[in-house]
Design a protein around this ligand. Structure first.
Ligand SMILES: NC(=O)c1ccc[n+]([C@@H]2O[C@H](COP(=O)([O-])OP(=O)(O)OC[C@H]3O[C@@H](n4cnc5c(N)ncnc54)[C@H](O)[C@@H]3O)[C@@H](O)[C@H]2O)c1
Ligand SMILES: O=C(O)[C@H](O)COP(=O)(O)O
Length: 385
């Protein structure tokens, strides 16, 4: 029986897919895998029985990805599974940043008498420009950025996108009407609206700082549905004060920004639709099951994509450092006991590698230990059909 610890509430549509050989629990005790959304895991002790963590969502900055790799814990996410939900809220954010809809609704809610007359007399305080024909800069053209760029272009915006690491799949999906910016500077200096869709990493942290705001057009509207600290909050407050930023729409409430008239704060609702919660849960559960049962790795952020059809009786999966002569050392141990390898796959990602070896005869416990004893082997699992 595999045990799964759910650190956040995960859609039941996904949980049901585990089936009867799994126990889904709200404790870490003997857990083989953890399902998580935004819960912070950096201070968690992860015991040796944890083999996998699946983030039902995109951002993995809440998970200690590198130290998990060192412990042989495979971390998964669910690329694209919530992208449409985020695209829709970003389009709403674009309109809210422009038209004073929230401000107008709040004001109308305060009226008590002669409401129709008061509305007509007071509504001119809530004028805001149309987005048609305005220039939108999209930073990060991944699953979300591409969808946002295409949707904004379909609404009549002039869209420029910037992503120096764009994937081939994302490039295929982008409308030919989107202008490809060759530098971040181009977006910062030209756009009337800027939306940011990059992961939070040490290099993207505070990407929007004083220097970046100084390059922007006066009256620019900024949308941040990616992560709080991509934007330096002190710097954006200064940019608002100086009249550079007209409106900041963010999905990340933090101290110091609440209640500011030029800032609209949404309580991290980007992925909060039934559809995306289900998509993320289903994808996360399928990936964890496939890893625990078959050893396949799909959509990991710390280990390589590694999938192999399984026709033999046994499978060894080995997590190790990506260094020379490792395969030879492992296969020598298996060959010593006269076992034939019927299929094998080895892939690497950065400093980590993963090897799958299928055999019809079970590798003895002693030889599994001998493999484990090789320097830079992190863990070995023996799976049987
Ligand atoms: N508000 C929400 O609820 C919500 C929901 C989903 C995702 N997110 C956030 O949005 C981020 C993006 O999600 P996604 O699904 O599009 O991820 P993704 O991995 O598909 O796309 C990210 C893109 O950013 C690009 N990129 C990385 N560094 C860059 C840089 N310095 N300049 C320009 N481009 C850069 C990458 O090449 C990639 O194409 C996530 O990491 C997460 O933090 C928020
Ligand atoms: O990175 C993500 O997928 C989003 O920030 C969604 O977070 P959530 O699953 O906590 O809503």
């Amino acid at each position: 029986m595999n045990k799964i610890y759910t650190l956040n509430k995960i859609s039941s549509k996904g949980i049901k897919l585990f089936g009867e050989n799994y126990l889904v629990q709200d404790s870490l005790e003997e857990a083989d895998a953890i399902l998580v959304r935004s819960a912070k895991m950096h201070d968690m002790e992860l015991p040796v029985h944890v083999k996998a963590i699946a983030r039902a969502g995109a951002g993995v900055n809440n998970i200690p990805v590198e130290s998990c790799a060192e412990k042989g814990i495979v971390v998964f996410n669910t690329p694209g599974a919530n992208a449409n939900a985020v695209k829709e809220i970003v389009i709403a954010g674009l309109l809210l940043s422009s038209r004073k809809i929230v401000e107008g609704i709040n004001w109308a809610g305060t009226l008590t008498e002669n409401v129709a007359k008061e509305v007509e007399a007071g509504k001119s305080a809530f004028i805001g420009p149309e987005i048609l024909g305005k220039k939108l800069g999209v930073i990060g053209l991944g699953a979300i950025g591409v969808m946002v760029a295409n949707a904004a272009q379909a609404l009549g915006m002039d869209v420029i996108g910037y992503d120096p690491y764009i994937s081939v799949d994302a490039a295929w999906g982008i409308s030919r009407h989107i202008h490809h910016a060759l530098s971040l500077e181009e977006i910062l200096t030209e756009a009337d609206y800027i939306t940011i869709h990059v992961p939070l990493t040490p290099t993207t942290k505070n990407m929007f700082n004083d220097e970046a705001f100084a390059k922007m057009k006066k009256g620019v509207r900024i949308l941040n549905f990616s992560r709080d600290t991509l934007v330096d909050n002190e710097a954006i407050l200064r940019a608002i004060q100086e009249g550079i930023v007209e409106k900041y729409v963010t999905d990340f409430p933090v101290d110091g920004l609440i209640g500011h008239p030029n800032i609209l704060i949404i309580p991290h609702l980007g992925a909060s639709t039934p559809e995306s919660e289900e998509n993320c849960a289903v994808m996360a559960v399928k990936q964890v099951k496939d890893y625990l049962e078959n050893g396949n790795i799909v959509n990991s952020v710390n280990f390589p994509q590694c999938e192999m059809s399984w026709n033999a009786a046994f499978r060894l999966t080995i997590i190790h450092k990506n260094i020379p002569a490792m395969i030879g050392k492992i296969t020598n141990i298996i060959a010593e006991e006269g076992i034939n390898i019927s299929d094998m796959l080895n892939k690497s990602k950065g400093e980590w590698a993963y090897t799958m070896i299928d055999t019809d005869t079970k590798v003895t416990d002693q030889n599994v230990q001998n493999i484990l004893d090789i320097d830079d082997i992190i863990n070995v699992r023996v799976l049987s059909k």
